[in-house]
Unconditional design. Structure first.
Length: 473
């Protein structure tokens, strides 16, 4: 927090003040709680020449703050002349809770989350701070009212799940599994503080089960042909159509963002945006060139490090794009350890959600025809997982590659795994079997007899020749 003291000449405000000498007796103060949150405070000089402590004027408007300050000056001068004490600012009383309750841990969690939100807001902007704000809302509005007075040791798994099943969303429905997962994430954040304070062991912390809750909506993704449309659209001429330098930078970075996301499965958002330029490593493996990107612990979602390899036989020529991006950054004086997707003009990472949506609007790819949902940058990760499975990569390899679990791969991409067996299930992968079946069908049709393939259909499921119905009659 920082205070910027403004000695406000009230006569210089947009509305003229009738008593100019107030400017020598009132000092207005802009109190900043963050880049976008600022309210006015003031202090006034009493008749004996002393200044009062700053007090809030409860407004962000400069004119209204000046008028409120004049009223406060009159009140406080009268108190001074009558020998009465000046008002003091008293902190809001915090509810007293037992030392080992969930509410006490939640209070500490709220302070920690607020600091994380403010730090992220000032460093990376409101989009990145939104995650911490969501945690704050869930802790304050749902978890504290539900478990506030309970000792953390008394919160069992069964009680926790019963309370979650009784919870209803604002529209009166049971929450979906992804909502339950979000609540569990916030709950674990609070319980981690209880563990740090020694109130219970980490092994004894319960978690909220998703069992019995409805699945979330199917996630939108891309087909390979649609990624090719994006590649063909994002040409150098497309980059040059931007009118401002920052817009040109964003378009240039967006092209690399889409290419890297589609061939590595790195999570769009913080994970991909925290990658630094010198983390793109071009090396050899068994005499073959590879691109390795080590994801560090503080960059990944689950605080686990992993190696990511770019798949180079996909739609984008990712090797060329990355080399051009690194050279482009170096020519503009960017440091080797600068964030890969930061603008070189101000070293800030832009919010790629809106430019990505505009790109999809331009190409007519905003909506996924299978799910009827709007595509988002995260759809690039789903595209990568789909293509990796279609290439025959085992679930556990894809899971390690993407930094998730085989269970999540099976849960979200079971449809893809069925499509991998499409030709086998349809029987068209065995050309010799197809020829034999065609000969049998033709022979049965010539004899006018019913035709059935041995051991492939139940006895009552048969194919008839062209004149079988006539013989039956």
């Amino acid at each position: 927090m920082s205070r910027k003291r403004i000695h406000a000449e009230l006569g210089l405000l947009t509305r003229p003040h009738p008593v100019p000498h107030y400017a020598e007796r009132i000092q207005l103060i802009r109190w900043r709680r963050g880049p976008t949150n600022a309210t006015w405070e003031a202090r006034v000089r009493l008749p004996d020449g002393t200044w009062t402590r700053p007090f809030s004027l409860h407004t962000k408007d400069d004119v209204l703050a000046a008028l409120n300050a004049v009223e406060e000056l009159t009140k406080r001068e009268q108190l001074h002349l009558n020998g009465l004490p000046q008002p003091t600012r008293t902190p809001k009383p915090k509810p007293q809770r037992n030392a080992d309750t969930f509410g006490e841990a939640a209070q500490a969690a709220i302070e920690r989350l607020s600091n994380l939100r403010d730090e992220t807001l000032s460093r990376e902007g409101p989009q990145k701070a939104h995650k911490w704000a969501q945690h704050l809302r869930r802790v304050r509005n749902v978890l504290m009212p539900t478990f506030g007075d309970m000792p953390v040791r008394d919160i069992t798994r069964s009680y926790l799940n019963d309370r979650m099943r009784a919870y209803r969303t604002p529209d009166g429905n049971l929450p979906a599994q992804n909502t339950v997962g979000n609540f569990n994430h916030s709950f674990q954040f609070v319980m981690q503080i209880a563990v740090e304070r020694g109130w219970l062991r980490a092994d004894d912390v319960p978690s909220i089960s998703k069992k019995g809750f409805q699945h979330g909506q199917e996630r939108p993704w891309f087909a390979e042909s649609e990624i090719a449309i994006l590649r063909d659209h994002m040409t150098d001429d497309w980059v040059a159509t931007a009118h401002k330098r920052t817009s040109i930078e964003i378009k240039y970075l967006l092209r690399a963002y889409v290419a890297l996301g589609s061939c590595t499965g790195i999570r769009p958002g913080l994970e991909i945006e925290r990658i630094r330029t010198n983390q793109i490593i071009f090396e050899m493996d068994k005499k073959h060139p590879v691109i390795r990107i080590p994801i560090l612990r503080d960059q990944g979602k689950y605080q686990k490090s992993r190696d990511v390899y770019a798949f180079e036989n996909d739609v984008f020529d990712v090797r060329k794009i990355l080399k051009n991006l690194i050279q482009w950054r170096a020519e503009r004086g960017s440091a080797p350890n600068a964030l890969l997707f930061s603008r070189t003009s101000d070293n800030r990472v832009p919010n790629f959600s809106r430019p990505f949506k505009l790109l999809l609007d331009e190409t007519g790819l905003l909506h996924d025809p299978e799910t009827q949902q709007e595509r988002v940058p995260y759809s690039l990760r789903h595209y990568f997982a789909t293509q990796a499975l279609l290439r025959g990569q085992p679930d556990h390899i894809v899971a390690k590659w993407m930094g998730t679990s085989p269970l999540m791969i099976d849960l979200h991409y079971s449809k893809v795994k069925l499509r991998m067996k499409a030709s086998e299930l349809a029987g068209t992968d065995d050309k010799l079997a197809s020829v034999r079946a065609a000969i049998k069908r033709q022979d049965a049709e010539l004899r006018g007899e019913p035709f059935t393939q041995e051991d492939q259909y139940p006895p009552d499921e048969i194919f008839y020749g062209s004149d079988f119905d006539n013989k039956q009659s």
